[in-house]
Ligand binder design. Sequence first.
Ligand code: CMP
Length: 144
Amino acid sequence: MDQIKVRDTMERTFLMIKPDGVQRGLAGEVVSRIERRGLNIIALKMVQVDHKTAKRHYAEHADKPFFDSLVDFIMSGPTIAMVIEGRNAISITRSMVGATDPSKAAAGTIRGDFALDITQNIVHASDSPESAEREIAIYFDDVI
Ligand code: CMP
């Protein structure tokens, strides 16, 4: 009989509660949703993002017209960075976060329930295994 391959889909992803989410007191709501879904938060810290880190985080958007406002916004107040682990953690976390543009985010998602603005959209979550690895490494040098 074939062995059941549970660990194949075990993933880690990166999620950041942006300055608006922290400032509005939504950190507990976001953490609670992740935990209630059954995902594990294996690292978490409050981070005041500096300019160098902000540019590194959003490097893939460097040539976009909204890059400067994105960088300015992520530095505008404390954020909460975390590493989430679980089965299919990357896609499940993204589906809980909802569409990037809150006007298109479904009700029941974090952005669909709490956000109206595409810059101030409460959370960031990695969109692929490659970005998860890259983003975890930017904020957590001690997670292996
Ligand atoms: P985030 O998930 O942090 O990843 C990149 C961010 O860029 C995204 O959330 C939005 O806040 C922002 N973004 C994406 N597209 C646009 C856009 N068209 N105009 C302004 N900001 C955008």
